[in-house]
Design a protein around this ligand. Sequence first.
Ligand code: EZ4
Ligand code: CO
Length: 412
Amino acid sequence: MSIDRAEVIVTSPDRNFVTLKLTTADGVTGLGDATLNGRELAVVSYLKDHVVPLLIGRDESRIEDTWQFLYRGAYWRRGPVTMAAIAAVDMALWDIKGKTANMPVYQLLGGASRRGLLAYGHASGKTLDELFDSIRSHQEQGYRAIRVQTGVPGLKSIYGIASNATYEANKGVRYDHEPAQRGALPHEEDWDTRSYLRHIPTVFEAVRNEFGPELPLLHDAHHRLTPIQAARLGKSLEPYDLFWLEDCTPAENQEALRLVRRHTTTPLAIGEIFNTVWDYQQIIREQLIDYVRSAVTHTGGITHLKKVLDYASQYQIKSGMHGPTDISPVGMAAAMHLGLAIHNFGIQEYMKHGEKTDAVFEQSFTWQDGYLHPGDRPGLGVELDVDGAGRYPYVQAYLPYNRLHDGTVHDW
Ligand code: EZ4
Ligand code: CO
């Protein structure tokens, strides 16, 4: 038994994706997602130049050993590029193990703990009318939980809202809320925290009045607030009963969340840009968050994220895995298998991929009545059409960045 071939496939059907494809001596294949939005080629190089040569000839059944070898063996630990590369190898090995065992990966992780995964989608609008239409359209698509983002008076373009600039930069190709834009330079957005803090509670009040108390509503502050501002936002949103407030501060300062917690009972979700359990050590132990936002793709794969979530489960903290369009269908499948198996599943973010992406990545998951299920195909249940992928070469794309009115760069 050994890994015979390892290929890194970059494709840009609607946006860029990086996929690792492993093939064993017996001809079994496994796929892993290594997409890091806006920094894709760094992971491609990490894999091609430094990981692929180490994989050839290795026993594909040794998932934990391979993980430890890549993590400890590199000497240089953690970081999004390293952990995305390790994640891709890990996912591909789980895919192979599932196919070899003739079982879907969730069975190897302990079997299903539920019938399906409650998923939330992204509703947005510059104005309340546009936002209400977007919420209704998500309900029509079956969503039973909805993230709400809106424009803020005085700000031209803002995270979470599909903008014409995005549409034009991407030459007419647009995911509704894909923030990365094709082009040689990143797009500049503007930001003003005081306007935002004044406006957002009025939006949630209007949404609750229109849609009633039942619908789970989420919101993403996207790392923009100081601890005391985040505390104030959480407190002012309490009457509207959010499912969660996400990334209220740039949470690399884990202690900051103590201050937020002292002031609000709005549930907090953090971690989409984290990549190891060490980023969560304090905020889980001190119960400073309620949901772990990490994606399988950016947190060292199924093997490592399961350890993070098992740790979180001791504190009644649940999963809320990242699922924007920059997680490839392979990464989404890995999230669904893990989410189905663990006990402390919370919710899964789910944004639909574009048609070209769905044609290149053939997938087994189902979406029914607001619930996702990974399907019962052996492995992860995703196959990549390599020739099809080859028709869409990499296109340079960047995430935007923020400036305040006086020109200061601000967290995006
Ligand atoms: O901005 O995935 O909750 N979702 C998010 C995403 C991130 C993008 C960055 O690549 O915050 O939309
Ligand atoms: Co987010």
